[in-house]
Design a protein around this ligand. Structure first.
Ligand code: SF4
Length: 460
């Protein structure tokens, strides 16, 4: 008969009591914010089981790599890092090494680990984090390899979390994706969309704000489809309005927004809010309608620009950022010129640019390339150069204005604080270590392509 969670916990505790030292666990996350958020839950589960968390893999009894499947290059790095753990395992054969996250959902990865890295005994797919205790116990009891792959449901709301920051917190509002963009592996490794209830999200956010958190980052592969399928359907703008009504001094940010589901109601909600960022990350990916169709993005550049025009019509300074993929297999120079026209028109604050990399199992991975790698690299170089000019010129709109700014870091050498404004822009301002984690008023004195600079104003 299967053990219940209490019995599993007691089983692990009994094993840990046989250790002659404090049992330690090391969790390292790679990839997107959602993965880092899952990593905080893995840490919470391990701490709850009796492990002390450590940043040093050499002293750990459990090492979990929580890795992302989105980019092939990042995956190879994780495989390399796993390989580098072998000497640690050789010195401590009781060490349990595990791979978790959406990378563990890939059959090819699992087959490779089983064949070439047998010391990786634990495999936990995205959404299988509740299986960690029973999987650990199975390995302690002698199982050579334990795989748990599940992504259909939502994580247990009561899972403990060890937050990395004392003032910035990520809160997933939904998991999975229904969109099947042809270049993307996410729907295959994270499953279909499922949303947390608004009550669960609100309770978590309220608790964080009461603890003094200053920035809440709401996460989902496509937050704009939040709420579909819930018993009482609710849209993302309505969720935002509920969260914005929580009293306190804080920012709410969110990502990612699929352009096909972003609406004027979303923009109106942001503009009329007290706490929500005045900036939208709206990944266009490409400016060419033909390529957008082949990417299965379900919008045209004209449709995308309608929302930009609507927003700038009522808030001319409103900032947008975007992801751009350069070198999609069928992208020609003419398609790339459409992307260049898009960045000229929108004047993004910031671009996250990627050279297309094929992911096996996706439709785009089967499409032949029509441009050479040299042509693609040259496009990327031109895109970055032009975007640098655009950012620098457009960022100057803030010079002389006073903005709210969350100080995230302090550099003792330069005595500068680094953080982000409510408008999502990076800003540097003189300050002190004590300012980190505070929301400050700063008057912008200069603008570079990557950041604003400013002077702190006395607290109002
Ligand atoms: S919206 Fe497209 S790119 Fe984003 S996670 Fe879903 S399939 Fe991937």
């Amino acid at each position: 008969m299967a053990e219940n969670s209490m019995q599993t916990r007691e089983g692990i505790r009994a094993v840990l009591e046989t250790f002659r030292h404090t049992p330690k666990a090391h969790v390292q996350s790679f990839g997107c914010q959602l993965n880092f958020c899952d990593g905080e839950k893995y840490k919470g589960i391990l701490q709850d089981l009796g492990y002390e968390l450590t940043e040093t893999p050499e002293e750990a009894d459990v090492i979990l790599y929580n890795a992302c499947a989105v980019r092939a290059h990042a995956e190879s790095r994780v495989i390399g890092r796993l390989g580098a753990l072998k000497p640690i395992y050789d010195k401590n054969p009781r060490l349990i090494v595990g791979l978790c996250g959406c990378m563990a959902e890939e059959q090819e990865v699992r087959a490779l680990l089983k064949k070439s890295y047998p010391f990786v005994k634990l495999i936990l797919g995205a959404g299988a984090m509740e299986r960690l205790p029973e999987s650990l116990l199975a390995v302690y009891r002698g199982e050579k390899h334990r795989e748990s792959l599940e992504f259909a449901g939502l994580p247990d709301e009561t899972l403990p979390t060890v937050r990395t920051s004392s003032f910035q917190a990520s809160v997933p509002v939904m998991y999975g994706c229904n969109n099947f963009c042809t270049y993307c592996i996410v729907p295959y490794v994270r499953g279909r969309e499922r949303s947390r209830t608004p009550e669960a999200v609100e309770q978590e956010v309220r608790g964080l704000i009461e603890q003094g958190y200053r920035e809440i980052l709401l996460l989902g592969q496509n937050v704009n489809s939040y709420g579909r399928g819930l018993q009482t359907e609710i849209g993302f703008p309505e969720l935002l309005r509920r969260l914005d009504a929580i009293p306190g001094d804080y920012f709410i940010r969110f990502m990612s927004s699929h352009p096909k589901d972003a609406t004027p109601e979303l923009i109106d909600t942001m503009l009329h809010s007290q706490h929500i960022e005045h900036h939208l990350h709206l990944p266009v990916q490409c400016g060419s309608n033909r390529v957008l169709k082949e990417m299965n993005r379900n919008y045209t550049s004209e449709k995308y620009l309608e929302l930009i025009d609507y927003t700038r019509g009522i808030a001319p300074d409103f900032g947008f950022s975007s992801d751009i993929i350069v070198g999609f297999p069928t992208e020609t120079e003419a398609d790339f010129q459409d992307t260049m026209r898009m960045i000229e028109y929108v004047r993004y604050d910031n671009l996250y640019t990627f050279i297309y990399s094929p992911r096996s199992g996706t439709k785009a991975a089967e499409m032949p390339f029509v441009s050479s790698q040299e042509e693609i690299s040259d496009r990327m170089r031109r895109l970055l150069a032009r975007q640098r000019e655009i950012s620098e010129a457009f960022n100057r709109r803030f010079i002389g204005k006073t903005v709210r700014f969350l100080a995230e870091k302090f550099d003792p050498d330069t005595k500068l604080l680094l953080g982000k404004t409510r408008e999502g822009l990076v800003l540097e301002a003189p300050g002190s270590e004590q300012d980190v984690g505070k929301l400050l008023h700063v008057t912008v004195t200069d603008a570079k392509n990557w950041a604003l600079t400013g002077e702190q104003q006395p607290l109002i």
